[in-house]
Design a binder for this molecule. Sequence first.
Ligand code: FDA
Length: 317
Amino acid sequence: MLRRVLLYLSEAGWAKAVVTKMGAARRVALRFVAGESLDDALRASRELNEKGLLVTLDYLGESVNRAEDTQAVVATYTSLIEQIASQKVRAGVSLKLTHLGLDIAEDLCITNLRTVLTSAQEHDIPATVDMESSHYTDDTLRIVRTMRYEYGFTNLQTVIQSYLRRSEDDMRALASEGASIRLVKGAYLENPKIAFPEKSDVDANFVKLAEIFLGADDADTGDGDSDESTFLAIASHDENMIAAALAFIEKNNVPSHRYEFQMLYGIRTARQAELVQGGHAMRVYVPFGSSWYAYFMRRLAERPANLTFFLRSLFRR
Ligand code: FDA
């Protein structure tokens, strides 16, 4: 119930106006965000690289509704990509299609996305199109396939959410295409008709989808062509999900070029380091920018302890 209220508030303009005015909210939000500037983000990324962690950088923002505002988003991403390359930061980028104008016009979004992906490809930097609410699932998968197969952006990943009932079919199709996928549980408010309402079902589906994908190729013999084999980013802080993936990887000798773990900036940092020490690739999702409200509210919805911490900080001086 609390999760649903917080997810509702994450999309409510009036709540955004109230919360973003609170100094305490900004302070707590910055626990999950690397900072407001591009320099903050690059500094945090270099620090993570020094600990052996890979990074994907997300310029915060979504649901943009003025075409001119998307130009600044494209400019920030291209500048970010150039600086990742020139400073030799081991980082990719994560993008949201509604940040690039999908709510305004698909053509605009595609033009913007192509500009960013062209720059990423020139610098050999991986890009991931994040998955937003189920309203965008079909469009996102279609646009990502167009980018990959028609425009040849091969270093491109997208996201599948285990809470969606449709995801098993999507995963099987994407596995047969040799796609690169980040698997997550899903962070939006969804109707039980299309999304599992029970956490136990979401978790069981996460494990099932990870196994479908990791087992989709000649992982046990190691004779798959790495250009065409699937790649899975196991993106979860849940120890049960991590343990299930590790057990499957070990049992089936899944080679290290076919998977990595991913977690969000500021969450379970000790476990992030442990996975690196265990010889696994670990990528941290590093958000930056001033549009932190929706991202922050989704993080509060995931963990009641974060909400308690936030409420306590409101009463602290
Ligand atoms: P779960 O929520 O069950 O949490 C398990 C445990 O992890 C908790 O008990 C707690 O210990 C810890 N934990 C989880 N969240 C925490 C938090 N906010 N603060 C502190 N501890 C926390 N979603 C989406 O819909 N589209 C997307 O594109 C992405 N992209 C994405 C990238 C990456 C790298 C990650 C890790 C996650 C996403 N997500 C996402 C978010 C995802 O859908 C999901 O909401 C969160 O990862 C929380 O789910 P967990 O799998 O961590 O498990």
